[in-house]
Design a protein around this ligand. Structure first.
Ligand code: ADP
Length: 541
């Protein structure tokens, strides 16, 4: 009866341990539970489990019924453990001199531990740890006790194996998470139904969805990819349900819209991941921001259409004049000849100007834009440019007002003249009704402010930043009527910024425009993004 009871209790304990192992994989608590039950079964008082470290030594990882200050002393029991099982298997395995080592610990600490039994923890016949149970009675642990303990030792070994596998898995997972997170591309992992299982930082930034909010959401809700026409691609042809995906990789291009209205052009590559039974387990979606690429493509096509239009008009005019002048059946008087040739020259100048602008734009983009720096008299420059423009218009009054003793700035006079020419030229071009054009400046803190103001068509608020982009022209009746490649302001901005300055516009529709630029008064910054070359005379002096 007693033996049955005992066995029943042992079975019950082992069952509890198995349950604990499957319910929580926290190794220290499982080991403590095993120790507690083993101590109870063997009618001991305390116990410990020591595990083998990488260097071959053993260290105590779990204890039961032992005060923490005693544990360092008990390390003395763990030196020189037999690594092999010897001939007799687990039941014969002994730690040499264990009882006498315990006697020494007892003598030095005064602890009342009189009996000890030790069993190895084995994984595939390798010694990975040891379990020790202590008793305080006069009766030594029997062979039967060793056999009982063996079943607990087996459980401890399994618990350790599970915990190790779990740790390896957790380490692998956090490595994978880190790789996904540091990826510059957006990455998400979907389940076969398209619900988000992992979502990285780059994708959070692209979509505006926080990782926690995106998790478990259907992918279409978060990404909501749209095609060029704004149609919802995710709804129209969900890639996760697309048969093409099951055959391999699927790439979709479109744009995503954040809740704040920002748009990002993206290319999304979906890759299916299968398990060993060829069942779809996940879909990996790699989201690449292709906004820059799209912009470059757009710029290329704008460039071609603007340039061909801008080249076509003067070439057609020149061809018209030249064709007329060389007609053999006609005789032209000198006045007509001169006027015609003047028109041809004007168109050639226009072509030349366009070519210069194009070359400068390409130099800016390749970083090869050079400047010739010296003292520049801005009022003098402004007056010279105004003088060139005055004969070209009867409807505009160009006035130049600078305060007396306006300081010289350090800069490239020719480039700054180009800025005045572009701004005054635009002021005339975009004031079709004529009106006053005021050019002037003032000394501000750390630099000078220069303005060119007109009374023309003005620029809507939403366009005021765009007009400084290359090839950008405001769409609208007046804008379309005028000629231009949309490069003037881009070049003005590049020149002003190369001087360490800034340019902007203050305007509104039909309110006229006031272009203002600021130039610092100290030396032009050498770290300016464009290459600066001082005049030879300056460096010689
Ligand atoms: P372009 O004049 O050759 O088109 P710019 O780069 O000089 O190119 O100007 C870009 C656009 O900015 C113009 O197409 C025009 O729409 C707008 N813009 C420039 N200056 C003015 C101005 N003074 N008044 C109104 N709109 C202007």
């Amino acid at each position: 009866m007693y033996a049955d009871d005992y066995r029943l209790r042992q079975r019950e304990y082992l069952l509890q341990i198995s349950r604990a192992m499957t319910s929580k994989l926290d190794m220290p608590s499982v080991l403590r539970l095993i120790l507690g039950h083993a101590v109870d079964m063997l009618r001991g008082v305390s116990g410990l489990i020591a595990l083998k470290e990488e260097d071959g030594s053993f260290s105590i990882r779990a204890s039961y019924g032992l005060s923490p200050d005693l544990l360092p002393h008990l390390n003395a029991l763990l030196g020189g453990l037999p690594v092999s099982l010897g001939g007799g298997g687990t039941s014969r395995w002994r730690i040499p001199g264990l009882r006498s080592r315990l006697a020494l610990v007892v003598a030095s600490t005064g602890v009342s531990l009189r009996q000890v039994v030790a069993l190895p923890l084995l994984q595939e016949d390798n010694l990975v740890g040891v379990i020790l149970i202590f008793g305080d009675s006069d009766v030594a642990f029997s062979n039967n006790d060793r056999q009982v303990l063996a079943s607990f030792a087996d459980q401890a070994a399994i618990a350790m194996q599970n915990a190790r596998l779990y740790q390896d898995l957790a380490r692998e997972k956090s490595r994978l998470d880190a790789i996904i997170d540091i990826s510059a591309d957006g990455v998400m992992i979907l389940d076969p139904q398209g619900r988000i299982q992992a979502f990285n930082v780059a994708l959070s930034q692209m979509t505006g969805w926080a990782e926690e909010a995106a998790r478990e959401q259907p992918c279409w809700r978060v990404l909501d990819l749209r095609d060029r026409n704004g149609d919802k691609l995710c709804r129209k042809s969900c890639p996760v349900k697309n048969s093409q995906l099951l055959e391999g990789r699927l790439i979709q291009e479109g744009y995503i819209l954040r809740s704040d209205g920002t748009r990002t052009d993206v290319s999304v590559a979906y890759t299916p991941l299968y398990d060993q039974q060829e069942r779809l387990v996940n879909v990996l979606a790699n989201v690449r921001d292709i906004t820059r690429f799209r912009e470059a493509e757009e710029m290329k096509s704008t460039f071609i259409s603007v340039i061909s239009h801008e080249l076509k008009t003067p070439v057609a005019i020149i061809k018209g004049y030249v064709g007329t002048l060389r007609r053999e059946d006609a005789h032209w008087d000198e006045k007509t000849l001169k006027e015609s040739l003047a028109s041809v020259e004007e168109q050639v100048d226009r072509l030349n100007h366009l070519i210069d602008n194009l070359l400068d734009a390409s130099r800016i983009q390749s970083g090869a834009f050079k400047m010739d720096v010296g003292d520049v008299d801005l009022p003098g420059l402004a007056e010279r440019v105004a003088k060139q423009f005055r004969p070209q218009t009867q409807t505009h009054r160009i006035a130049v007002h600078f305060p007396p003793c306006f300081p010289l700035v350090q800069g490239d006079a020719e480039r700054l003249e180009e800025v005045f020419a572009n701004l005054i030229g635009n002021a005339i071009k975009y004031s079709p009704q004529g009106g006053g054009i005021q050019v002037g400046g003032q000394v501000g803190s750390g630099g000078v402010l220069v303005y060119v103001a007109d009374e023309g068509i003005g620029i809507p608020k939403g366009e005021q930043e765009n007009i400084f982009r290359p090839f950008y022209r405001v769409e609208g009746d007046a804008g379309q009527e005028t000629q231009g490649a949309g490069l003037g302001l881009y070049l003005c901005q590049a020149i002003v910024e190369a001087h360490g300055g800034r340019i902007w516009v203050e305007s509104g529709p039909s309110k006229g425009s006031r272009f203002v630029f600021f130039l610092p008064l100290q030396e032009v910054a050498e770290e300016g993004n464009l290459d600066l070359v001082r005049r030879e005379t300056d460096s010689a002096g």
